[in-house]
Design a protein around this ligand. Structure first.
Ligand code: CU
Length: 460
């Protein structure tokens, strides 16, 4: 049926395109009020530095963000403030963003002139009340994020402590032995762009997006651009399926899996295999339980999934790259269970991204019902040739701000006129998803939402 609709839908697509509407506004004070009272907590040390990983048996020099316990990132106890000294030992300047958290803007880690980068050797201090949930941190300087300057930021709630579940963090990344500059040069030169720098919808200063590898979306018959960088590996907690992390599960096998997509340019399908999981939070914000075995995780998004292991076996948690056979992951294994080798590639290419999970999400604590005071429309446009992306026809950094006022309820309609899916992220605000392709939803509270390309998400 879709095929026969193809020609008649073209005009509709051009008019309607794909849209995601969201509302932001009053969440910030709510989130603050939900935080614990201000406590004086010990200062933690976070070190931005370099480290060497072994990827497919070859050494790889990458960045890292190492916390007080010598492991990547920071985990905070219920009520603990984000009270951190960040020491820059990278040998170059950096600036770190606490993605999804809502600190005072001077601590947000976005490279504006008012918040300059941290010079090599310097230390910068942070102190704010964090939102509980699964968050992450990443560099906002140049293309350091592609070189793994990322780490988890987990803020426990009192409820987490009562739940008696084993916490398992799974952070995903895409990896290349080429430098980010080489990757970007490959994209821009081969596509004929001479001048334009990529416009980052993510705010990551880098959005290598997709383009050269078109894939047909079966649902709509539309061509759609997927991955265009040939990464050398996909990492789960810095490792590949050739040598995956094996997490021994505690007795009872009750797990809270905290998934973080820290990849620069890759969307993943999370496949629990023989397990069934229950999604209970997205981007750190609780949602009504959604059960399933396969969930989309767009760039920068997070998923909290509760899993009760059915037996004493081993269970791979797989993340497969959109449109590809490549995959990565970790293995959950009961104590004593033998761990067999996981095949590095899936038998079939994964499907393109879609909104199947987004449609099922419902915030536990939605924004209070209220008509928007102002509605902004943001049109994403651009293409691989030349390699340039715009919002409302403007290219970063020559952009006109969308003006809003404190206390306003603001609706933003994101419309994607490109051929690739863009995750869209707001700094300084969380938002609720209000409509998908014009269909109202009582959607999730989030900080990052995927806006699929024109008509490609399948209007089920
Ligand atoms: Cu952010």
């Amino acid at each position: 049926m879709r095929g026969s609709e193809k020609s008649t839908l073209l005009t509709r697509r051009q008019l309607l395109a794909s849209g995601v509407a969201l509302m932001a506004g009053t969440l910030l004070p709510i989130a603050r009020a939900a935080s614990a009272p201000e406590l004086s907590t010990a200062k933690l040390r976070l070190t931005a530095g370099t480290r060497t990983l072994s990827v497919n048996g070859k050494p790889a020099r990458v960045f890292g963000l190492i916390g007080p316990n010598g492991k990547p990132g920071i985990t905070l106890s219920p009520g603990e403030r984000f009270h951190v000294d960040l020491a820059n030992r990278t040998g170059t300047s950096t600036i770190i963003h606490w993605h999804g958290q809502l600190p005072p803007w001077t601590q947000d880690g976005f490279p504006w002139p008012q918040t300059p980068p941290i010079p090599a050797g310097d230390t910068r201090s942070y102190d704010y009340a964090p939102i509980a949930g699964t968050y992450w941190m990443h560099s906002h300087q140049g293309m350091q994020e592609q070189s793994l300057m990322t780490a988890p930021l987990i803020v426990h709630s009192a409820e987490d402590m009562r739940a008696d579940r084993q916490e398992v963090v799974l952070m995903l990344h895409d990896f290349s032995f080429h430098t980010p500059d080489e990757l970007l040069a490959g994209l821009t030169k081969s596509k004929g762009s001479q001048s334009a720098m990529p416009k980052s919808g993510m705010g990551n200063n880098m959005n290598m997006g997709s383009g050269s590898m078109g894939a047909m979306n079966m649902g709509s018959g539309m061509a759609m651009d997927l991955n265009d960088i040939d990464y050398d590996a996909f990492l789960a907690n810095d490792r590949t399926f050739a040598d995956p992390e094996v997490v021994r599960t505690e007795s009872g096998g009750r797990v809270r899996l905290r998934l973080i997509n820290a990849a620069s340019s890759t969307q993943f399908w999370i496949d629990l295999g023989a397990l069934t999981g229950t999604v209970v939070a997205v981007d750190g914000h609780p949602v009504r339980p959604v059960r399933g075995t396969r969930f989309l995780l767009a760039m920068a998004q997070r998923l909290d999934v509760l899993i009760d292991l059915p037996g004493k076996g081993t269970y791979p948690i797989v993340a497969q790259v959109e449109g590809k056979r490549a995959r990565t992951g970790i293995v959950l294994a009961a104590s004593g269970a033998a761990v067999s080798r996981v095949v590095a590639e899936a038998e079939e290419n994964a499907l393109p991204v879609d909104l199947s999970l987004e449609r099922r999400l419902e915030a536990v604590t939605p924004l209070a019902p209220r008509a928007p005071d102002v509605t902004h429309r943001v049109i994403l446009a651009g293409a691989m040739a030349p390699y340039a992306w715009s919002m409302n026809g403007e290219y970063w950094p020559e952009v006109t701000p969308l003006m809003i006022a404190a206390g306003q309820r603001v609706a933003i309609k994101m419309v994607n006129h490109t051929m690739m899916a863009h995750p869209m992220h707001l700094h300084g605000h969380a938002f609720q998803v209000m409509a998908l392709n014009g269909v109202p939803v009582a959607g999730a509270l989030r900080d990052t939402v995927l806006v699929p390309p024109m008509g490609s998400d399948g209007r089920f």
